[in-house]
Ligand binder design. Sequence first.
Ligand code: HT7
Ligand code: ZN
Length: 865
Amino acid sequence: AKAKLLSDYQAPDFTIDQIELTIELDAENTKVTSTLRVQRQGKHDRPLILDGEQLQLQSLHIDGQAVPQQQYHQTDSTLTISDIGDELTVDIVVTINPAANTSLEGLYLSDGAFCTQCEAEGFRKITYYLDRPDVLARFTTKIIGDVEQFPFMLSNGNQIAKQQLADGRTAVTWQDPFPKPCYLFALVAGDFDLLEDSFTTMSGRDVCLQLFVDKGNLDRADYAMESLKNSMAWDEKVYGLEYDLDIYMVVAVDFFNMGAMENKGLNVFNSKYVLANPSSATDQDFNGIESVIGHEYFHNWTGNRVTCRDWFQLSLKEGLTVFRDQCFSEDMTGSAVNRIDDVAIIRSHQFAEDAGPMAHPIRPQSVIEMNNFYTVTVYNKGAEVIRMMHTLLGADGFRRGMDLYFERHDGQAVTCDDFVAAMEDANSFDLSHFKTWYQQAGTPEVTVTDHYDADSQTYTLEFSQQTPATADQADKKATHVPLRLGLYDSDGAALPLNTDSPLTDGNVYSLITDTDTLVFNGVASHPTPALLKGFSAPIKLSYDYSDEQLLTLSQHCDDGFTRWDAMQTLLARYIWGIADGVINEVPTQVIAGLVAISQNQHIDDALKARLLQLPTVNGLLNQREQIDIHALLDALETIRQQVAPALHQTCTSLYSELQQSQYSLDAASIAKRSLSASCLSWIAEANGQQADQLCQSLYDSSDNMTEQLNALTIANRFDLPCRSSLMDQFEQRWQDDGLVMDKWLNLQGCWNSEQCFDNLKTVEAKPFFKLTNPNRARSLIAGFAAMNYRYFHAEDGSGYQWLSQKIQNLNSINPQIAARLINPLTQWRKFTAPQSIQMKACLEQIYQLKDLSKDLHEIVGKSLE
Ligand code: HT7
Ligand code: ZN
């Protein structure tokens, strides 16, 4: 397949301003009739080329006349109609087979319910159309089906008619008043339980809220509904944005490739991001629901009212909407740890992508399969880029920019440049240099050195920046890096920042050139600098901190992220020292620092839980090249064993203090459960027998999934004696509930045991494991390949072969999921031999597959280049 280039963008030759769809539901033979009102754009005589895949064309008419065969031409992916006028009505009838659609793109069946997924290019699997986001049409959709089987037949907008047909079927018609690209089209038909509520907007309109869930799941729908109402109120309060239709529907389905989809007025969700109650879902699941419900709701303005001109602009809606959902979650929980968790994703996943074979800027320049570009770079680094603009302009300036963006572009399909221009124009702020972030892949590396002059009481920071070459681009330019700074004395007290250089609000310094110097005056002694407070830019920062400075920052800094970052830096230093064989032991003052944190009553529980965690393997992998993975894993084990005895006593008493008699979902209770899990894991490291008893009794006595899963996770990680019986009890209790069994599958995947391969075989044969269900497949496969480092990287290559086999199976079932799950193999260049050689051999084998999907072809091809 050929790559498409951003630079080749051309406005469409034709537009469609109105589409009438009639969809007659049938599992194997759905009939789709469409009437398109088409207009030629500009003066040209080019033919109308519609997109379409896996469609059986039944008839084609223009302005009521059958089109003769010589006037049209079909390929696998297009329908070309020549010799047409400037304004025409095209009637098309096709048939499709939803039951055979395991790709979960287009119209498919999810456990008996019809459901669509059209972003990015799925509408072309439903009918012939101009399947591109800059063609905006008003949709009227008639759904015809058996009302007994499908009591709910839903589409975008408002229901305008319902009739019983002569043949006994029912027709329900929906009309969406807002013009939209076809990727926002949705249809759902099935039998559901319905939770209804309402929201009164700031202008006093009542909006009906409907949440459709699988039968019997109403007791798991309340939190999603609450989150939806909170999102609606938040967008009004923070951005003055009100919902625009009279009805907002959310449907939860079990078979879904991603988290959710923001179709206008009819969101379709992976049931994982809707269904939760305390006994079936963890605190983390509840968080996920709040953020995904918020995310899809916020898309109504950032994505739907203003959409993307082309798919290269995906970050226009995704980066911005992730930023908005992150701010929403921060406001809801009021906690610093949200930021830490967001940064952990960037460091463990996005930095890897930036350094790997699929590196791309947040606005990619070349794409083969669009589905491969729904990435942590476009989403999460994209959100960091928006956050940097927020940092530079301040909250009020950013809001002015958003207001201008909507004033200029409501109802349009636009580019990232249009967004930045609105921010610039609303604030008279020059972001032209900042725009490198949209053009350049790779993680900038900023190095800082300092110098203190006691005589003049000046403190000087010298900055230099450099972005390493990435797979897609060799030459890099300096970019605009906002660094939020702080200076601290040896007791950790914040010092005033006196400098002649301009700092923007909140002590933000802009590093713009390759090198620069910043001088602070009136500094009484050599301070400790904090150079990236709040992770103010998605960069790697290096400064040669002493252990004492890191301990000071971790104990006292007024920024939660910096405290966590300081501890992580300190621990990583000794993990690498041990892995490299340079040292054998962690210095006692580092261990004492951890103990001090565990005993510090002024640190809130949520932050303390994060401060007591060791750096993750993924995070560490992004700090070096050519890694001996087993040496790194051994070093992590060594450091755990050295630290655990010192933390044992405090963790034991903290653990018992943290036990709560009653379950509650407020932030303080969640923080207690989180810290209690950190403590339990240190106890397990120090004393397996004690942990065995604690896990067993926590599992037995707890009434909520968070604690039960904490017990199970620790039993599994440390392979405690209670593991097997707890896993069996869990299976007995939840075997009919796929969503809950995903947790169990994930634990089986990451079981660090010699029996793990035999165990995988047993687990794959379980009736609840289905490779066709993305949640099931992901839980087990990613549990193994992305979390079970010891056995995925087994010396004999058997871990790589296991993954490779799953990928080969998934290639024909669901290419999108196969392309996501192959990721750990594509990182082969990171590792030393023999791992790198074995991983590469698996990729080469996959590359030879007959019928390799476009998705895998692009990813595997690039990783072998
Ligand atoms: N805008 C959506 C992106 C998406 C998607 C969703 C579900 C299944 C397949 C998908 N492909 C692309 C999700 C979002 O960012 O809100
Ligand atoms: Zn999104």
